[in-house]
Design a protein around this ligand. Structure first.
Ligand SMILES: *Cc1c(COP(=O)(O)O)cnc(C)c1O
Length: 347
């Protein structure tokens, strides 16, 4: 197509997890959504905001959201920025820091959307292998690329890095170290304090998983004010609509509901892991709301197909590094009990 950039015309594009037409007829464990509804306070805030306010533009800065995040995490407001999903931040961090032809790196396996974002920017891509034991291979003593994404906990494997390990990585990066903490709320640990300690660390978070708000598209970052200012320059100025803004504040302020939900999912995760281990599966330790598990015959596709035919949807990756297993999101206790029985039947 003569009107398109050659690289855009030639690129494959990201393929999001499958969303079935009648989700109620499935046990849907393929996109790490939260099985519980968002806080009732969130729904009330959205209902209240659906009045005549929608006629006027939202607050371009999303100041109330920044204040809520600043209060919650103990950072000054200027160190926070809100986004239309954390994907927006990942994109804008590349746009702000990586020029065409410069390099972006991330681990393989991790979140494959980084590749799409880097490609659109015309950036070079480098990956470092990650073993199932959590070892990062071939990472140079000093990494000179412009930006390194560390997904922590790792998706899809679930592995965590300690604060000291991430701090050591930050010291080895010449460019920015973006710690994508999409799942950190389920890990019982995080790297938030590194933003203060290391000039090159940025943390991104999402409300899609731990706050049950994937449908609202809400994320945020904690970063140094100079980085926040750059991200503010290049984002869509009205990136969060009015409903998203009130939902964000209500969600962050209802910590009691949030903590109960997260604790329930972590307890279900541990029960499900034990059940899978009893079935002979190899289950990696997970700090996320999902498990990566391999059947004894290391044939992920076989189990995926068998579960699919029973209306249970999990995530299979044809990538040779992942094809031996499945990533299974943690649903309710009942959903996981039914999934486990189906897996026992399937063998
Ligand atoms: C889900 C996910 C995101 C995207 O979060 P949104 O806020 O929904 O855009 C980012 N990184 C990882 C690793 C994820 O799994």
């Amino acid at each position: 197509m003569e009107y398109l950039r050659d690289d855009i015309a030639g690129m494959a594009g990201y393929v999001p997890g499958f969303q079935p037409e009648n989700p109620d007829q499935w046990i849907k464990l393929n996109t790490n959504e939260n099985p519980y509804p968002p806080s009732p306070a969130v729904l009330a805030a959205i209902r209240e905001a659906t009045g005549s306010d929608l006629r006027t533009y939202p607050d371009a800065a999303c100041q109330a959201g920044r204040v809520a995040a600043a209060n919650l995490f103990g950072y000054p407001v200027e160190w926070t920025i809100m986004a239309n999903g954390s994907d927006e931040l990942l994109n804008n961090l590349i746009r702000a820091c990586v020029a065409e032809g410069e390099e972006v790196a991330y681990l393989h396996p991790s979140y494959s959307y980084y590749a799409t974002l880097a490609e659109v920017q015309g950036a070079k891509i480098r990956t470092f292998p990650l073993t199932e034991e959590g070892e990062i291979l071939d990472f140079p003593e000093r990494y000179e690329g412009r930006l390194f994404f560390l997904t922590s906990p790792n998706a899809p494997l679930g592995l965590n890095w300690s604060l000291d390990e991430v701090a050591a990585l930050a010291d080895r990066c010449s460019g920015l170290l973006v710690v994508d903490e999409a799942y950190a709320d389920f890990a019982g640990q995080n790297c938030l304090e590194l933003v203060r300690q290391k000039p090159n660390v940025v943390i991104t978070r999402t409300l899609s998983k731990s706050y049950s708000l994937a449908g609202m598209r809400l994320g945020f970052a904690i970063a140094r004010p100079e980085i926040v200012a750059a991200l503010d320059k290049i984002r869509d100025h009205y990136n969060l609509d009015r409903l998203a803004q009130v939902a964000l504040v209500a969600a962050l302020e209802d910590q009691a509901y949030f903590q109960e939900c997260v604790a329930r999912i972590c307890a279900t995760r541990e029960r499900f892991a034990a059940g899978l281990t009893d079935l002979g599966y190899k289950v990696l330790p997970s700090g996320g709301n999902y498990l990566f598990a391999s059947p004894p015959d290391r044939n992920g596709k076989r189990v995926y197909d068998a579960l699919f035919s029973r209306q249970i949807l999990v995530r299979y990756f044809s990538d040779p590094a992942l094809a031996h297993g499945l990533r299974i999101s943690i649903g309710t206790d009942e959903e996981m009990t039914r999934t486990l029985s189906a897996m026992a039947e399937v063998g």
